[in-house]
Each structure stands twice: as structure tokens, then as C-alpha cells.
Design a protein. Sequence first.
Length: 88
Amino acid sequence: MNATASGAVERVFAQFLDLERLTRAARTTEQLAYSLVNDSQSLFGYRHAALVIAGKVRSVTGVSVIEPNAPFVAFVEHAVGQLLKLDL
């Protein structure tokens, strides 16, 4: 492994450890959900994410309070419902 690759691996691992620290610091399930969706964004490089538990959106990137009737929330919950109906 060269120095550039080694540095990149170390940065990713440091980000992962930071994410672990932040998630362990969460005191409520709401804080944990927010941390998982928002604090992992730099590690995984996504633009938008939603944490879905039992078919319901629990957290969305950049949103502190979930509005159950928001278009994105409705879309994600509908899409998840359709996926769960498939026999994969």
C-alpha cells in the first residue's frame, strides 16, 4: 500500500471512529437516529438518506423533526412498503 492509499484508509477509519463516538453519545433513540443519518454522510458520501424502522421514516438528512406528511417522507415510506411486498 502506498502513502496516499494509506492516508486515505486512515482518514476513513478516523471518520468511522468519530461516527462511533457520536452514536454512542446519543442519549435517546431520536438522537441516535439523527446521528446515524447525518453524521455518517461524510463517511458514505450520500446526498439524502432516510432511516426507516418498521416501515416508518425515523430520520432524514438535514431534518431535525420529521413531518409524517412531507412529500419525501411519504415517498420513502411508500417505496419501502412496495419493496417489502416483493418476495426477494
